[in-house]
Design a protein around this ligand. Sequence first.
Ligand code: PMV
Length: 340
Amino acid sequence: MSFSVRAIAPSNIAFLKYWGKRDSVRQWPANDSLSMTLSSLATTTEARIIDAPDHSLSFHKQSVTRGDPRFVKAFRHLDGLAKTFGFSDRLALETSNSFPMGAGIASSASGLAALTLAALSAWTKSSSLADLEGKDFDRQRLAQLSRQGSGSAGRSLWGGFVRWNAGPNPDQQSFDPVFDAKHWALRDSIVLFSKSEKSKSSSDAHGDAWSSPLFRPRLAGSPERMQRMLRALEKCSMSELGPLLEEEALEMHAVMMTATPAQNYLSEAALSFLVDLREARRQGLIEAYFTIDAGPNIHIIHCETERLRLRSWLETRFTDSDLLHDQVGTGPSVEGLNRE
Ligand code: PMV
């Protein structure tokens, strides 16, 4: 009987964005961030120990090599974990995303969180998240390890709404699951304006943020925005949260567009959609607000009660293949699989 493990880690959508780092080696973000953990947009990674000279990795059943630029980060993270904890066993990893391949949806948060959970569970022979946590890998530590693979991955370790605190120095960062998934049944519908790989990865673009004249003013205002967002979340007030989501996303994109080199992720079609969405809201047709990550697609945050109205409004404009629908989720899972 061979032991293998399956980890499922959800993606998350940032309400207050992590953009820019104070220390890129130690993954110390320039500001605190806050996100909603998603439910069905997730990465599943299975891992088992193998007798082989190197780890092997497959993505949607296609084997990938260490040299594949899309997976350099994954191999680097795996090597980092093995070295930190002295695990010498090689792993076979099979990974897949629930969202369509090449949908233009960032998978680094779910991907690096699932990889961290799967690899550590396989090495420590843990058959559940509780089992892994009991072996000296508590949730906070797992989040800290995941964020070393990709900053936003640390927030995918809990369900609900999660805050990543930058702290006074790189060693005092922390994660806070501020509200659980039951607190507020928020939803995220995503309009896919581009299904291709991003022209520049967010990891590369973080470094350019400091060159924007808007970046320091952004950092100065971000603690207050965090407080306002937390209050809106606490009250489950969409009319208070929504405008904050939009100003935050537009501000991050303004930083990107005014950085050197300048980066523009938004197409004309996406921009005119934002205008349409605001107009529909003004007319009282929908109550929904956008946010945008470091990519071309638009996330529309709305309450459960708005689901059908928003869907029919979107469906008159886009085909099913341009849309993804998700909701706040309960966080990652780990399951041991005993195979003959
Ligand atoms: O985790 P990274 O390095 O891919 O950065 C994520 C950056 C944003 O998605 C734009 C914002 C965020 O907080 O998730």
